[in-house]
Design a protein around this ligand. Structure first.
Ligand SMILES: Cc1ncc(C[n+]2csc(CCOP(=O)(O)OP(=O)(O)O)c2C)c(N)n1
Length: 348
């Protein structure tokens, strides 16, 4: 397969909220759902950081600025699979994950809430691994003769991992129903995107493996939805994998253990602040009369109340059983893990 390097940056709504491309076909209800999760997702991330600062939450990776990731999950069916990282919580919420699940992870409940029915696996922390897993899932669904697809999401830094390249190669050779999405938020902790790869766009990696590549304004949720939707349709039709690069920016720290002022300027942050994904989608929704100011206010109140309930439920959770960590990886645990489990439980 020979595909050209992509040149177009896909965009539907510009940073000022103007319509600059054909919007995807979404019902008012679908629009409101996307917007709700973006608004909730930002509040949730900010609250997680506040809880961490108060010693009530573990180390957390904020995703403020990357809320348009909601559009990665919105084109998926429930029986499709989504495999992402600690930075993809909003996409997971759109796919059906309870916001309590990633919170519980920080309390040691590693796999609570992630189910086969939701088509979600626990958020990956080992950089790049999930891309290979997603190709494996896609190949399994292809083998079973279904039209289901698997989406793997990673960061720009992960594209330098061997796993990423192996995943694209396998997917291309076997024409797996797989969509690789790279959330290029410009940094891998303190390493800037320019030190990660010499190519101009990470989407160029696609054609190198025989896969079409797409470059998308990653702060434009409608462009994200539209491009991922197109890739999903190709994959369902047996036309193989795609690579989508989302150009976005991590507004906050890498994690609560990081200080981004050490490696980037205020001017750079201000540049991206003006490209806020929520602000521009809100203007679009108001102009298209999909949402009124009153409905927006009510939606914010709803998100605030939902978040408060979540935090209360989280704080009421008892500590997990230590042996739970051994329970969800293997159907039949190997002897070395059984020995470790017995050691923890103090049984001979
Ligand atoms: C295999 C592996 N190596 C190193 C790390 C440590 N680490 C955690 S996050 C991170 C940077 C990842 O950057 P990127 O892929 O751009 O994703 P982002 O955090 O920006 O969303 C690194 C190196 C890890 N978790 N896994």
């Amino acid at each position: 397969m020979a595909y050209p390097f992509p040149t177009e940056i896909h965009r539907v709504v510009d940073p000022e909220g103007n319509l600059v491309g054909d919007p995807p076909e979404l019902s008012p209800e679908q629009h409101r759902k996307l917007y709700y999760w973006m608004v909730f997702g930002r509040m949730w991330s900010e609250r997680m950081v506040a809880l961490q600062r108060q010693g009530r939450m573990g180390t957390f990776a904020p995703h403020v600025g990357q809320e348009a990731q909601a559009g990665i999950a919105s084109p998926l069916r429930q029986d499709d699979w989504l495999l992402g990282t600690y930075r993809e919580c909003i996409a997971y919420f759109v796919k059906g994950l309870s916001p309590l699940a990633p919170m519980a992870t920080h309390r040691g409940y590693f796999s609570r809430g992630y189910t086969r029915e939701l088509g979600l696996v626990p958020l990956q922390i080992v950089i790049g691994n999930q891309m290979l897993h997603a190709v494996g899932v896609a190949m399994a669904m292809q083998y079973e003769g279904t039209d289901r697809v698997a989406v793997g999401v990673c960061g720009d830094g992960a594209t330098s991992q061997g796993d990423f390249h192996e995943a694209l190669n396998f997917a291309a050779v076997f024409q797996a129903p797989f969509i690789a999405v790279v959330q290029n938020n410009q940094y891998a902790i303190s390493v800037p995107r320019q030190r990660q790869a010499a190519v101009e766009y990470l989407a160029y990696r696609g054609p190198a493996f025989g896969i079409p590549g797409y470059i998308v304004d990653g702060n434009d949720v409608l462009a994200v939805h539209k491009v991922v939707q197109e890739c999903v349709e190709r994959a369902r039709a047996g036309e193989g994998p795609s690579l989508v690069e989302l150009l976005t920016y991590r507004m906050g720290a890498h994690t609560t253990a990081d200080d981004p002022t050490k490696y980037r300027s205020d001017e750079e942050v201000a540049h991206w602040q003006a490209r806020d994904p929520i602000k521009r989608y809100r203007i679009f929704l108001l102009r298209q009369e999909i949402l009124s100011n009153e409905e927006d206010e009510a939606l914010h109140e709803q998100a605030t109340a939902d978040l408060q309930r979540c935090v209360e439920e989280f704080e009421a959770m008892p500590p997990p059983r230590p042996e739970e960590i051994f329970e969800h990886v293997f159907e039949t645990p190997p002897p070395n893990l059984l020995r470790q489990r017995d050691e923890i439980l103090g049984t001979p």
